[in-house]
Design a protein around this ligand. Structure first.
Ligand SMILES: [Zn+2]
Length: 196
């Protein structure tokens, strides 16, 4: 999903209208600067992935002796906002790929998740956006992404249940080869180091 144009003034006006619509006293000292403060948070942080600057990935050629094997990064924080209610969803992602000719720094996998998280969206599309971006940038043999998240739109309204939603996106050999998929699933389910 692409943004047409980010307009912080409109966002500030919208927050003000929201508060007025809710009957909140804007003269109260806690709310007096809320429209500006909230607009800054929405534009500069929660939705910074909608801005003009496009995220680009620095990649490296694999060495001649390198035999491609699976690279997995777990426990990547996910903080996003749902498209349907504009309420946060948060959790963790596991991102993996098997390089072909190009590698990227491990921290970049975390950056990719952060970049695509910072916009209103549905979790299913976030998951496939991350996988597609890795495929576009690295042309790997395959890639896999799993996102597990709790949605406040489900926890604070409707069924009031804070279950965990899991979505996955598999590409290339992760989709075609059952042994690759099984390796990914087993690595994705390992505990973090401090829990081993
Ligand atoms: Zn929602």
């Amino acid at each position: 999903m692409r943004s047409k144009k980010v307009d912080k003034v409109k966002v500030r006006q919208a927050v003000q209208l929201l508060l007025e619509g809710l009957g909140v006293d804007l003269e109260n000292e806690h709310f007096r600067h809320t429209p500006e403060r909230a607009a800054k948070a929405w534009v500069d942080e929660l939705c910074s992935g909608l801005g003009e600057k496009k995220f680009s990935l620095t990649t490296f050629q694999v060495g001649e002796k390198y035999e491609p094997s699976m690279v997995v990064l777990q426990h990547i924080p996910v903080r996003s906002v749902c498209a349907h209610h504009l309420l946060p969803f948060y959790g963790q992602a596991t991102v993996a790929y098997i390089p072909d000719q190009r590698l990227c720094g491990l921290s970049k996998l975390s950056r990719i998740v952060d970049y695509f998280s910072r916009r209103p969206q549905v979790q299913e599309e976030l998951t496939s956006d991350i996988a597609n971006f890795i495929c576009d940038q690295l042309s790997p043999q395959g890639a896999g992404v799993i996102v597990k998240a709790t949605h406040l739109c489900m926890a604070m309204r409707g069924v009031s249940h804070d279950g965990v939603m899991t979505t996955s996106s598999l590409k290339g050999s992760f989709l075609r080869e059952s042994n690759v998929r099984a390796e990914f699933m087993s690595l994705a389910n390992t505990q973090s180091l401090n829990k081993l």
